[in-house]
Design a protein around this ligand. Structure first.
Ligand code: MOS
Length: 751
């Protein structure tokens, strides 16, 4: 680790910021080529059944229309037999458009209209006429709950529910205090600012350059090569800038398939961009119905934890998240029974959405913990402290670090938690009932395989390259910081090249692991450059560094010097000149430490404190303050880090209060497929949010001590809001989102 850091740990502004605010950063749909084609997708208007007829003659006769593709004339792709897996993250058999006449979900693409302009394609698409043999669609999780099943095959990388430990049923029945409650969470729909889009540039030699909205350019490339039988050398995927993704762009979406299919077939460049409406049919956060049962003794010490979750999936994939496992590792408890099942709905396969599984599972656990605190009659924060655990009991492993006590303490101090009157409806301000609630948050800290290359040039400039992605998180900036410190140059002297499948191998940007993984790969590459520089310096006659080891030298002010005495050293220019080189570049590579993983697990932690004010007569709820105290190891950049947590909190307030995918279960159709009727937090909904990063030193989680921040900001927030609503009103709301009707519907709650 760098000891003399000056960039790492500083609030460096995004290096890509000026390009973004001046409109020069080009997103997937913003690349053009004269004469290129445009595709527009036609969507099914039934949720289940078969296409009986599809008439494209009117559309084909429209001005500028080049081709209309349906299942009847779609060019062949690699065959699939139902078991065949596409090469994607997360693994599975994602929906492929125009494959057959079968309709599996509302909004399924049934045709692609290709024309000379977007407007012509859209006009013609309106004239495609389909008739259906429609079947009854089952889209109500409450109805399908009874048909739930244990996933037959676990999703790769996603642990199944842990085996039960102790005897939770018995401990529960014998305990002095207990709570058992059901929770319902509606589906949420991914709506990043940037729509899914793929721009495919076709070259005469058959090579494709594709600008795709993705969290992994190599994942999209591999998918395309797999599906269309192309050579990896002939396909380049770029995602230099991504306008938000949050998990939605881990998997390739159908517009990528359609754009590449049409490009190969027509031998033309083409762009297919989704409409906002299309975003609502894909990769949604699955709805859940959960039951959490907790029991404690008279001191509030947990005796039993039981958590059962049934989560929605599609009819054609067993999509899985880690929903219940958190309940077994959150607090010390020797009797735990956690069960996780799926229920099939006639909707598209759900997908990862920022803190998948934890956002929903921890919300249920943390509301139940608040209920238990009231049962036992102790402070909710005190209940959590009394049940603190220093081990991962699910996996029976040690933790690499857990500074959660600091989160509790610093968060509570900043919020003023000690001034809370615990009685519901006890705190008021004018017409408002004031409620204070809190919760704990948990997320994984993971190191994934990642590679990077670093080049140092004689002019003192540094270039970092990796097929990593910046999905709005700050990857460009933090990778520049890591390299800047190693070479002792300003961040402005570092160029970061990412978002290109031809660069050193890197997985998708997900799971909050990019900073730890790619940051460590860059660090390793920098050290490899330093090592080479040292060996070259030692070949110089009477080298002052002749006896130094690589650990003993640092780059300072353009020279390779002894760490203990910066006057002893050789200038980098002289080292390069001695070899007649104008630059030097080395590769770095990191991956999970499999031996360490046998005894250790790593998590990020948070303590979230929320204040709500609820108009007693109107039931209008405002979240007036949030304090989120985070333990996530080393913070590379407090500015981009804070932005990650702010964004996570805002997104979680959407989950807690606004976001609600509404389905007409009579037809299986999604009703509110637009941002007018699907509510998300707007500026006026967001008041004060304070972010605290507590000190946490972790020398095991990743080579650079970083844990990752993309997701932890979400976890726990919805529970803290619900707990604050209870404190304000005396009404426990376990059905998310907490909309005004749920607050006022029970007249007793608000007199
Ligand atoms: Mo994240 S939901 O793994 O991109």
């Amino acid at each position: 680790m760098n000891t003399l850091s000056r960039s790492v740990g500083s609030p460096v502004s995004r290096v890509d910021g000026p390009l973004k605010v001046s409109g020069q950063a080009k997103y997937a749909a913003e690349h053009f080529e004269p004469g290129m084609l445009h595709g527009y997708v036609v969507l099914s208007t039934v949720a289940k059944g078969k296409i009986a007829t599809i008439d494209v003659t009117a559309a084909e006769g429209c001005p500028g229309v080049v081709r209309v593709y349906t299942h009847l004339n779609r060019p062949k792709a690699a065959s699939r037999d139902g078991k065949w897996q596409d090469s994607v993250a997360p693994p599975g058999s994602p929906f492929r458009p125009l494959e057959s006449d079968e309709i599996q979900f509302d909004g399924q693409p049934i045709a692609l209209v290709v024309a000379d302009t977007f407007e012509n394609a859209r006009d013609a698409a309106a004239l495609v006429v389909a008739t259906y043999e429609s079947l009854e669609a089952r889209t109500d999780l409450a109805q399908e709950y009874r048909n739930s099943y244990v996933p037959p095959k676990k999703r790769s990388g996603i642990p199944a529910a842990p085996k039960p430990r102790g005897d939770a049923e018995k401990a529960y029945s014998e305990a002095a205090y207990k709570v058992s409650a059901d929770f319902r969470m509606d589906g949420e729909h991914h709506n990043a600012m940037e729509l899914f889009a793929s721009t495919v540039f076709w070259e005469a030699n058959g090579q494709l350059t594709i600008h795709d909205k993705t969290q992994g350019p190599q994942a999209s490339r591999d998918y395309i090569c797999n599906v269309f039988g192309l050579d990896a050398d002939d396909v380049t995927v770029k995602n230099a800038f991504v306008g938000g993704a949050f998990g939605s762009a881990l998997r390739p979406k159908y517009q990528l398939f359609l754009a590449v299919m049409a490009s190969i077939d027509l031998k033309r460049s083409i762009k297919v961009e989704m409409t906002r409406r299309e975003m609502f049919y894909l990769t949604w956060r699955p709805s859940t119905i959960q039951t959490v049962s907790l029991a404690a003794d008279e001191h509030g010490i947990l005796q039993a934890v039981m958590h059962h979750a049934v989560q929605a999936t599609s009819t054609y994939e067993d999509y899985q998240e880690v929903v219940v496992n958190w309940s077994g590792l959150a607090y010390k408890c020797d009797n735990a029974k956690l069960t996780y099942e799926l229920a099939k709905l006639d909707l598209s396969t759900p997908g990862d959405m920022r803190a998948p599984g934890a956002a929903t599972g921890v919300a249920a656990l943390e509301v139940a913990m608040d209920e238990l605190a009231y049962e036992v009659g102790i402070d909710p924060l005190e209940l959590r402290i009394r049940n603190f655990v220093h081990r991962d009991q699910d996996n029976d492993k040690q933790l690499t670090s857990k500074a959660l006590h600091s989160c509790y303490r610093e968060g509570a101090d900043a919020f003023g938690w000690s001034k809370r009157d615990p009685a519901p409806r006890s705190m008021r301000e004018g017409n408002d009932l004031v409620g204070w609630g809190m919760a704990t948050g948990f997320w994984d800290a993971m190191l994934m395989a990642a590679e990077a290359e670093v080049r140092y040039s004689a002019d003192g400039k540094v270039t970092v390259s990796a097929a990593a992605s910046d999905i709005g998180t700050g990857t460009y900036t933090i990778l520049a910081q890591v390299a800047a410190d190693e070479f002792d140059v300003p961040v402005d002297d570092v160029t970061v090249l990412i978002g290109d499948s031809t660069l050193p191998t890197t997985g998708v940007a997900g799971g909050s692991w990019t900073a730890a993984s790619s940051g460590s790969a860059v660090d390793a590459a920098c050290k490899a450059v330093r090592k080479t520089l040292l060996s070259q310096a030692q070949e110089i006659e009477s080298s002052p560094l002749a006896k130094a080891s690589v650990e003993e030298v640092r780059i300072r002010d353009g020279r390779l010097v002894l760490d203990t005495n910066s006057q002893i050293g050789v200038s980098l220019a002289d080292i390069l000149a001695s070899k007649q080189m104008s630059s030097i570049s080395e590769a770095g590579k990191v991956g999970p430490d499999l031996v360490q993983m046998m005894s250790f697990k790593s998590y990020t932690h948070s303590a979230v404190f929320v204040e709500v004010k609820i108009d007693e007569e109107l039931g209008v709820l405002r979240v007036t303050r949030v304090v989120s105290a985070i333990a996530a190891g080393k913070i590379l950049n407090p500015k981009t880090a804070r932005s990650q947590i702010l964004g996570g909190v805002v997104m979680a307030l959407g989950m807690a209060l606004h976001e609600e995918g509404m389905i007409d279960h009579r037809t299986g159709r999604i009703i509110n497929h637009n941002l007018a009727e699907y509510h998300i937090p707007a500026h006026a909904d967001i008041e004060r949010i304070d972010v605290i990063f507590v000190d946490e030193h972790d020398d095991k989680v990743s080579p650079i001590g970083v844990k990752g921040l993309g997701e932890i900001g979400v976890v726990g927030v919805a529970a803290a809001v619900s707990n604050a609503v209870f404190h304000a009103t005396g009404k426990r709301i376990r059905d998310f989102p907490i909309t005004i009707d749920k607050i006022i519907i029970d007249k007793d709650a608000l007199q």
